[in-house]
Ligand binder design. Structure first.
Ligand code: PYC
Length: 404
């Protein structure tokens, strides 16, 4: 007879909150849960709790584009994301949970000579690192995506694209649930509806957190709170160079799948993919204002629909099913900030802009190593907070999101 524990589809309810843990992870999204999972799996550390103020996956993990790719511009970024793609490729089997990772390929369109040069630079950086990316011309785009309009009817005719073969989409909720279930089975505690209201420090060192369910003593706090990271860091006196914006997206009603590649256009500020359910997932760039409101807006719907209809006029009759907004931490160089801070035991994982979800496995692996071994893994050294004091930015402006 199979053990009841293994038959359970999801994680256990955890009504009891202990008064101390070895490590507290704030944020029950893909990064927080992945970090907890790898702490337990790779390092045997299970006296760990994940605190989530709402429900698991209610933040950026549940409100993203589901795009996975590693076609970044900087060697630091490309290598880091490539390791993430490799972990994602094995993750369904590892977690015993179908994450529906479809490596359908990813096209970043170029509409100008200058954009073609940027794509060539990215392709070169990628190829030097063994990442499968190459520049294709307009006919190559049409071959990979026969349904797209590339010609003179488009305001910005397509000249070519960066084609990144291993890119694709994944079921984002499944990533969150898979990590939560995996961490739970290894003994980590996951507490929903538990908000951190303060972080305690003494003599420059973390000593615990205050929560809506009482205090917890711990030596290590990892903040994986995309969107809210400045507020959390302020609680312990750490200042982060981050501003907060929102990224909006919408899905149409489902139709027979025909779009077998992810399309991104910087020039037109739009991206589109077709989900496994058949919905078209369409979005734009982060809004140019700062807010914590996740209310979706009508102007966004209007302009992204207008742009996407230039590329795919055949979608004109589709109805919009739902739209949403997710909160994004924007860093000055469009690269993440990961690692230790001036407060001993307070570790940050933030500045993820619109590209955090795709990094979850490698963030979890490297942060778990940092917590367990006490040393920063080489892969994330370039993303340390100190880089802004040392004038060592890792500029991903050319490849981080949509409109760059
Ligand atoms: O980084 O792949 C990405 C992305 C797409 C839309 C927003 N960010």
């Amino acid at each position: 007879m199979r053990d009841i524990f293994l038959r359970r589809r999801m994680w256990r309810r955890r009504p009891e909150l202990q008064r101390n843990y070895d490590a507290v992870i704030i944020g029950g999204g893909s990064h927080g849960l992945a970090t907890a999972y790898y702490l337990a799996k790779n390092h045997g550390l299970t006296d760990v709790c994940v605190l989530e103020k709402s429900y698991i996956g209610s933040g950026a993990a549940g409100r993203n584009t589901t795009i996975i790719r590693s076609n970044y511009r900087t060697p630091e970024g490309a290598e880091f994301y490539q390791r993430s793609v490799e972990l994602y490729e094995r993750l369904s089997a590892e977690l015993g949970y179908n994450l529906m990772f479809s490596q359908i390929g990813h096209l970043t369109l170029a509409h100008t000579e200058r954009a073609m040069v940027t794509m060539a630079e990215r392709a070169e950086v990628n190829q030097l690192l063994g990442i499968r990316s190459r520049v294709v011309d307009a006919s190559g785009v049409k071959e990979l995506c026969p349904e797209i309009e590339i010609g003179d009817t488009v305001t910005w005719p397509i000249m070519g694209a960066l084609y990144h073969e291993p890119g694709g989409i994944i079921r984002h909720d499944a990533v969150v649930w898979g990590y939560a279930r995996g961490a739970d089975r290894l003994g980590v505690e996951i507490h929903n509806a538990t908000e951190v209201t303060g972080i305690e420090r003494s003599n420059g060192k973390v000593t615990g957190v205050q929560t809506t369910r009482g205090p917890i003593a711990c030596d290590t706090v990892v903040s994986c709170t995309a969107g809210w990271s400045t507020l959390l860091a302020n609680m312990v006196g750490v200042e982060l160079p981050i501003w907060t914006s929102i990224l909006q997206a919408f899905v149409t009603e489902p139709v027979k799948p025909f779009l077998d590649v992810v399309i991104v256009s910087s020039q037109m500020h739009v991206y589109i993919s077709q989900t496994d359910r058949g919905e078209f997932l369409i979005g734009a760039e982060v809004e140019p204002y700062s807010t914590y409101s996740t209310r979706a807006t009508f102007p966004f719907l209007e302009y992204s629909a207008r742009h996407v209809l230039e590329l795919f006029p055949q979608l004109g009759g589709l109805k919009v099913l739902r739209q949403w907004a997710g909160i994004c931490d924007m860093s000055p160089d469009y690269s993440p900030i990961m690692g230790v801070t001036e407060v001993d035991g307070f570790i940050v994982d933030c500045g993820w802009g619109t590209y955090g979800f795709k990094a979850a496995p490698i963030v979890g692996t490297t942060l778990a190593e940092l917590v367990a071994a006490g040393t920063t893994p080489a892969l994330i050294e370039p993303f340390a907070l100190e880089r802004f004091y040392d004038d060592l930015p890792v500029s991903e402006l050319a490849a981080a999101a949509v409109s760059h």
